[in-house]
Design a protein around this ligand. Structure first.
Ligand code: CA
Length: 232
């Protein structure tokens, strides 16, 4: 649930987009502080109290990527990237640098609010999920204590690797995970960026959890970026 007056830092140099975003935030009961440069954003972050940062990657003074790296060296604040650059590599790079999610311009107010709510929820969920012994998304249930998975109450026979992969997604419901971060989590950092094994693992898991693996409804492919477990 949204607390009253959650404070959002809006970092965007394009006045038209900044005003659109600020207006949408106001309409939805959020408090906000606008910033139009990276330097301004960093100053605001150090001096203020924020629950989330919306960050444009193309800023006049220095690159949004640098802002992410700097902020991540001292803060866990959710960062939602807003970018005109729809190149997949940049989305993945922003996520790998520590951003939580991204929106590609142009986006609607509805999309913006949905993404903000998901990102804010992760902040609370991350701590909460560690205490949970199970989680369920639309009939797909995972038991973290027993390492078991159920689909509509029926236990699935999954391998330990498939379990690890699914558990990672359940700890990040609604969040896009880059291929690189999944490989690092599942196989360890020495595995490099070999995506073949992950693709095979994902295909095997989908055959077990999806009614039609070609049209998945649980774990969706974000083309060129990674995968996302869709929540309720
Ligand atoms: Ca810009």
């Amino acid at each position: 649930m949204q607390k009253p007056n959650e404070q959002i830092l809006v970092v965007e140099d394009d006045a038209q987009i900044r005003n659109f975003v600020c207006f949408a935030l106001k309409q939805n009961g959020f408090a906000y502080t606008p910033a139009s440069t990276a330097q301004d954003a960093l100053t605001q972050l150090v001096t203020g109290q924020f629950d989330l940062m919306l960050l444009d990657l193309g800023l006049p003074d220095f690159d949004g990527m640098e802002v992410i790296a700097k902020v991540r060296s001292w803060s866990e604040i959710p960062i939602l990237v807003i970018s005109a650059r729809d190149q997949d590599t940049e989305k993945a790079a922003a996520l790998d640098a520590g951003a939580d999610d991204y929106l590609t311009k142009p986006f609607s107010a509805t999309e913006l609010m949905a993404r903000i709510r998901v990102s804010l929820r992760h902040l609370y969920q991350a701590g909460f999920m560690k205490m949970q012994s199970s989680a369920c998304v639309r009939g797909l249930k995972i038991d973290f204590d027993k390492h078991l998975v159920y689909l509509d109450e029926h236990e699935l026979h999954i391998t330990p690797m498939e379990y690890s992969l699914l558990a990672l997604f359940f700890h990040n419901i609604g969040k896009v995970l880059t291929t690189k971060s999944i490989i690092r989590n599942i196989y360890g950092s020495g595995y490099g960026t070999d995506t073949q094994a992950l693709r095979a693992l994902m295909a095997g898991l989908r055959r077990k959890i999806e009614a039609n693996p070609a049209v998945p409804k649980y774990i969706l492919t974000e083309i060129g970026v990674g995968y996302r477990l869709v929540g309720e």
